[in-house]
Design a protein around this ligand. Structure first.
Ligand SMILES: *Cc1c(COP(=O)(O)O)cnc(C)c1O
Length: 232
């Protein structure tokens, strides 16, 4: 068994346990395999193990990998996105998780219209208010959604957060609970035609807690592919 296959077995086991603990059905949680910095051969090994949903944080890497791997997969853009690179994404990714400003939303609207498609997006929320992270403040999310809700080529599917890096996953529980409450509160106002149904939260260090708090997408990199090496 390859390392990736073993890791995936372990992650799957933990996902199922977290679902059981919280009375959720396994089908409510989608595992996004975060393959950033990893070679195409690693993506192919994960595919061999049945993974079809991948996450990347750089547009160039999405371009490269989707040119090399032409099988039908779901690619998610999970990283910070510059407006001038949006044009490469329609047709390549099925969802953009990192929308946190109106200029970016306007550009996604424009490029999605050009491609005659509707792009699923998530609003990135900096729940823990870390200076080093992108994302909207919790209190600004309702107004932001009001500003973009009528864009015809954008479908606001939900919210995303990156919780602080920590050795103690329990310490992130409050941030995940806050994101879930924020989504429910905004849904209850009825400002969106379609209720949001996606919570993208939880990474290698804290995905089990995130599942317990309602995550529908977890983004796991290191736990599947091993440590990343940024120096090559
Ligand atoms: C890299 C990354 C992940 C995966 O992180 P791991 O700790 O390796 O699981 C998840 N989400 C985002 C936005 C990332 O950039």
């Amino acid at each position: 068994m390859s390392m990736i296959e073993e890791n995936l077995k372990e992650v799957e086991k933990r996902i199922q346990k977290a679902c059981e603990r919280s009375g959720r059905d396994r089908s409510e949680v989608t595992l996004i395999a975060v393959s950033k910095t990893k070679p195409v051969s690693d993506v192919r090994e994960a595919m061999r193990c049945g993974i079809t949903v991948f996450g990347e944080n750089k547009v160039q890497e999405i371009k490269d990998k989707t040119e090399e791997i032409t099988e039908k997969l779901d690619w998610h853009m999970i990283g910070h996105l510059q407006t001038n690179k949006v044009k490469y994404l329609p047709g390549r990714v099925c969802m953009i998780h990192s929308v946190d400003n109106i200029k970016l939303a306007e550009e996604i609207e424009k490029q999605a219209a050009k491609h005659e498609l509707v792009m699923d997006i998530l609003c990135e929320v900096n729940v823990a208010e870390e200076d080093s992270k992108f994302g909207l403040k919790v209190e600004n999310v309702p107004d932001f959604i009001r500003d973009i809700k009528d864009f015809e080529h954008i479908n606001v599917r939900g919210l995303m957060t990156i919780a602080p890096y920590t050795d103690d996953p329990e310490s992130n529980r409050k941030y995940f609970a806050t994101l879930r409450k924020l989504m429910n509160d905004i849904n209850d106002t009825g400002i969106l035609k379609n209720r949001m149904d996606v919570l993208s939260m939880g990474m290698t260090g804290d995905y089990e807690v995130a599942i317990e708090e309602g995550a529908t997408f977890i983004r796991v990199g290191t736990g599947i592919f091993g440590e990343r090496n940024y120096n090559i």
